[in-house]
Design a protein around this ligand. Sequence first.
Ligand SMILES: *Cc1c(COP(=O)(O)O)cnc(C)c1O
Length: 364
Amino acid sequence: MADSPQPRPGVLDIAAYVGGEAKAAGVDRIIKLSSNESALGPSPKAIEAYKAAAADIHRYPEGGSTDLREAIAHQFGLDASRIVCTAGSDELIALLTRAYAGPGDEVLYSQHGFLMYPIAAMSAGATPVTAPEKNLTTDVDALLKAVTPRTKIVFLANPNNPTGTYIPASEVERLHAALPASTLLVIDAAYAEFVNRNDYDAGASLVDRSPNVVMARTFSKMYALGGMRLGWGYCSATVADVLNRVRGPFNVNAAAQAAGIAALRDLPSVRRAREHNDVWLPWFTAELQKLGLTVNPSVANFVLVKFPKAPKDADAANAFLQSRGILVRKMGGYGLPEWLRMSIGTEEEMRLVVAAVAEFLKPS
Ligand SMILES: *Cc1c(COP(=O)(O)O)cnc(C)c1O
């Protein structure tokens, strides 16, 4: 017998999630481009709502997030009874995994998929399985080839983090059509608000037609409310019922609910954030390409940038940028050690980053 409490098998195999860096020693100004938080920050109305909620923090929140679900339903044209709000979409990912997968089951996602999927799978005792990508893009055929009778969940980040690529609605439909009815397809559309492509769909219409599809959304990216921990899922009545059984009774705090409602209603703020990305994503991509770097084509609010071999490699670039207070994301954990992921920031931040990268690449 062990002489101390032991977690369930698999738990100690989890590589704990490492968030984007937020601090750099010896610099006064930090330019944080490591977590894909919207460049323009949250809606001032969301901040006001958050502050106003302070007067009532002795009260439990409304446990069903009812007003927030109705605001989401109104905004996106959905059925409020099939929306479940969570403490970030991370919680939704964890709850779905815990409810639908366990020891002996497989949780499938693509090669460079979001790292919360294997963490959630292993926490539930299930086995994470990856399918190879083509050109750093989800390959539906490879995913389908990896499906077995034990595949309980397929996670599809669309667009994907950290690659920034997406697959069109027709490909998502093809994936869904070929999955067994007993497999849950979770479309993680954390960056849906940024996508500007006619052939893209975040997944709501597929949810409306299918009992085994969930669309996961978040307030952390376009709405810039990452500190509030607020996400939501849209699913069939059956899946919603399951989620409402396994979630904590007060899983979304009152301030987050209030801030989320205000952020949703502030349409001009959302439009500004989208327009900002429409300008600075292509600008930043083009400027880095002019410097001779490979930039993976992105439809989200970040880019994946490939650096040359040492001494001008990704690690050296990361260290150089960090010494200037510019924080980006290293990609070793995603199996992409030659790359760095950089979020789209303000105009000033983007210009400073391009200048710093140019200086780094200059032959010394
Ligand atoms: C950021 C992100 C999320 C999680 O966001 P929350 O802050 O937990 O809502 C989910 N999926 C992907 C792909 C992300 O990049």
